[in-house]
Design a binder for this molecule. Structure first.
Ligand code: SAH
Ligand code: SF4
Length: 342
């Protein structure tokens, strides 16, 4: 019989497993403590469990992390990028961003992505499959193991679209957040979506208080559809309604990601249009200079990025300019996997 992946198990499933074995329920806390808090990934090393129980766990479950294929550290030391191999030989990337004393794990949710945004290396490689909850959590734990320290923030901004893999993504958030498991603060977790309206609505009703980031990148349907084909089925008007109702239900501020590509979406008139579109929403805007992938687009000159930012600020928005972390290690997700595939 195929073993279950231990990292897929929810807290209640661990408890049910031990109950079924006529073991006390607190065994679940003990095992989760080893895995999620002490970073011990072998049942053999769980010394407060009896030897027969350790053997039984080994027979029933597979407890393993994704396997490192490649690791790259940026020259400034502000990012480490990993390429991992999964059980079926597929590969995904994740990144640890180390910025002003805060470590943040950037997690992938799919192998590839079916949405094909024109600027994105992941989109260009096509779609292979969804990740399981255990594979998402596994990236986080593997990076903590690699740096030998705890990471206190997670962003679902790696390869893939989280809202096309809702169940696994929500389960992984619950396991990272659960007090008996990784106990990561829910406010320290953010999900980035390309703007899947049904997913935004599902998140609003899920009760998960994670932060929401939306990759907008263009303030009108013509331009947005050119860059992001998903805009045809999720146009800006529907997206706006979903964001508005998300805000009414959760009371949360939303992060709007706007990547600036030279001569494509960095005209000042687009800053005005963006400001208009966002009226009535409580947002902050993250401007991200495009990270060149294959030469078809360019990053705007610094002055143009600053001008775009200034205009939005003048129009009353809070704007952050995201540093181009780890440009030298191809930190835009999807780039490393794509290069190793070609
Ligand atoms: N699918 C989700 C999450 C993964 S992409 C989404 O699209 O939001 C994470 C972020 O990286 C998105 O905002 C995406 O637009 C951005 N991105 C993709 N390619 C990029 C590049 N070459 N340079 C900078 N940002 C990029
Ligand atoms: Fe998919 Fe996001 Fe890349 Fe678009 S930007 S192709 S949605 S991963």
């Amino acid at each position: 019989m195929k073993k279950r992946e231990a990292l897929d198990l929810k807290c209640e499933e661990w408890e049910a497993l031990f109950e079924g074995w006529k073991e006390p329920r607190y065994r679940a806390s003990q095992v989760c403590d080893w895995i999620y808090k002490k970073r011990v990934l072998g049942f053999d090393d769980m010394t407060n469990l009896s030897l027969p129980l350790r053997s039984r766990l080994k027979e029933a479950l597979d407890l393993s992390l994704p396997v490192l294929i490649e690791r790259r550290q940026s020259s400034r030391g502000d990012a480490i990028k990993y390429l991992w191999k999964l059980h079926d030989g597929e590969s995904v990337e994740s990144v640890v961003m180390r910025y002003e004393g805060r470590d943040t794990a950037c997690l992938s949710t799919q192998v590839g992505c079916p949405l094909g945004c024109s600027f994105c290396a992941t989109g260009k490689s096509g779609f292979v499959r969804n990740l399981t909850s255990g594979e998402i959590v596994g990236q986080f734990l593997a990076m903590e193991a690699d740096i030998g320290d705890s990471i206190e923030n997670a962003v679902y901004m790696g390869m893939g679209e989280p809202f096309l893999n809702l169940d696994a993504v929500f389960d992984s958030v619950r396991n990272l957040n659960h007090p008996k498991m990784r106990a990561l603060g829910i406010r320290h977790i953010a999900i980035s979506t390309v703007g899947i309206v049904s997913g935004i609505r599902a998140l609003a009703h899920s009760g998960l208080k994670v932060r929401l980031a939306v990759s907008l990148h263009a303030p009108n349907d013509d331009l947005r559809t050119q860059l992001m084909p998903v805009n045809v089925s999720n146009p800006l008007s529907s997206l706006y309604k979903a964001l508005k109702s998300f805000q009414e239900i959760t009371g949360e501020r939303i992060s709007i990601e706007y990547m600036l590509i030279s001569d494509i979406n960095d005209e000042l008139s687009l800053a005005d249009e963006l400001a208009d579109y966002l009226k009535g929403l409580h947002v902050y805007i993250n401007l991200i200079p495009y990270n060149p992938t294959d030469g078809s687009f360019k990053r705007p000159p610094r002055g143009r990025v600053e001008a775009f930012r200034k205009r939005l600020e003048e129009l009353g928005y809070e704007v952050a300019l995201r540093k181009g972390l780890g440009v030298d290690i191809e930190a835009a997700c999807g780039q490393l996997r794509r290069r190793t595939l070609i």
